[in-house]
Design a protein around this ligand. Structure first.
Ligand code: NIG
Ligand code: FE
Length: 395
């Protein structure tokens, strides 16, 4: 779309910048967009003219959701495993190998269609930025093609060759770590911005995780980590030590983990910048206790919310669903949850051009079918996304 775009008659605009309360709310507002960027935010009554026009009709508008954690490159599903869990079976992560088998057997086109289907599903629910991980290939060729396909859809791509040790390396995990750090990383790095490890009992221990993340850093990738999902462990502290952009899950946190996460970020770059990304869809779908979001927030930790969309532990692409879960099940206020799903996700990706609606930001906007962001938690399961504008373009 060429020319400027004015979104006016916004009853409640969430800017995550200057304005009322922690969401920087402005009432009766308008947003002017040029060349994919926000160039002006102000009162609707004083809005400048533009080439194109969207009338929000008094509804709420917020920044597009930033889903900073999703596994979209896979084949098949694990509905039967889900049914078994709902009948009392625990989640162990062992089903990852089932998806690895299906993914290796799939064609590029099948994987591409799944990524596009899930990305489209998320976009219709207001997600304008979505991180995409590999991690169901676990061979050099399958990890490289997973990331190549992911990179067709997102610039936020993550190499997760260290998701689990695949069956063919079960009795020689050191050799698998060597493969991940060597030829697999070399093949994956051209398509990846981040590196991630599932640091958990039954997946990768802290020494392996540290070695893999160090190789990724040396190859120019940013660090993120699956940590403390299934039980307590050293993952979160490792993430903070390595200045990871985010440690994800954080379901089981000790006092030492909390202290590490709550270390203050200083202007000289020291202290903790690492975000705690909570994935309540995973606790919902594995029937597990939720992380203690209140404890994190009260300690001043930056919290993000993401879907963890994957066929095993959390097969949802819906950020509104995660916001509702966070409010109802994790005692986050609606404002905290909406901030975490937008600006928090941006922090978890070390981005300052998304998750906010202030001049200079990317023009990613969601128009709700509701007068307030509160309705995202107040009306769970209801399709409240009326319109999505991405990069200044109505979708
Ligand atoms: O983030 N925990 C590790 N990875 C995914 C689950 C993957 C799966 O079960 O297929 C997660 O929950
Ligand atoms: Fe995950």
């Amino acid at each position: 779309m060429s020319g400027s775009l004015l979104v006016d008659n916004i009853g409640e605009l969430v800017t995550n910048g200057a304005g009322e309360g922690p969401l920087g709310i402005r009432r009766n507002a308008a947003v002017l967009v040029e060349e994919g960027r926000v160039v002006w935010v102000g009162p609707s009554a004083y809005a400048p003219a533009a080439d194109h026009h969207v009338d929000a009709g008094g509804a709420a508008v917020l920044p597009g959701f930033v889903d900073s954690h999703a596994h979209l490159v896979f084949a098949g599903d694990r509905a039967t495993e889900f049914a078994a869990r709902m009948a009392g079976q625990p989640y162990t992560g062992g089903g990852i190998r089932t998806t690895v088998g299906a993914t290796r057997a799939a064609t590029d086109e099948e994987l591409r269609l799944t990524v596009r289907r899930l990305r489209g599903e998320a976009l219709r629910q207001g997600t304008t930025t979505m991180e995409i991980k590999s991690g169901y290939g676990l061979t050099v060729a399958d990890e490289a093609r997973s990331l190549r396909i992911a990179a067709e859809t997102s610039t936020e791509t993550t190499f997760l060759g260290a998701h689990v040790v695949p069956a063919e390396y079960a009795d020689r995990p050191d050799d698998y770590v060597g493969l991940v750090c060597g030829p697999m990383l070399a093949a994956a790095a051209p398509y990846a911005k981040w590196i991630d490890v599932f640091c958990e009992r039954g997946a990768f221990d802290v020494d392996h995780a540290r070695a893999i993340l160090a190789c990724g850093q040396a190859a120019g990738l940013g660090v993120r980590l699956h940590a403390n999902q299934l039980g307590p462990g050293p993952g979160v502290r490792l993430g903070v030590e390595l200045d990871a952009a985010s440690v994800d899950h954080c379901t089981h946190l000790s006092d030492a983990d909390m202290d590490a996460l709550a270390g203050t970020a200083h202007s000289d770059g020291s202290g903790t910048r690492t975000v705690a990304t909570l994935l309540p869809g995973a606790e919902f779908s594995t029937r597990s206790p939720y992380p203690d979001a209140r404890r994190l927030l009260d300690a001043g930790v930056t919290v993000a919310l993401a879907t963890d969309c994957n066929p095993g532990s959390s097969y949802t692409s819906s950020m509104p669903f995660c916001v509702a879960l966070a409010v109802r099940e994790m005692r986050m206020t609606p404002a905290e949850a909406v901030w975490a799903a937008t600006a928090g996700g941006a922090r978890a990706l070390r981005r300052d051009d998304i998750g906010v609606l202030t001049p200079g930001a990317r023009a990613d906007l969601v128009v709700l079918d509701a007068p307030s962001y509160l309705h995202l938690a107040y009306r769970p399961g209801v399709p409240l996304i009326r319109q999505v504008i991405r990069n200044g373009v109505p979708q």
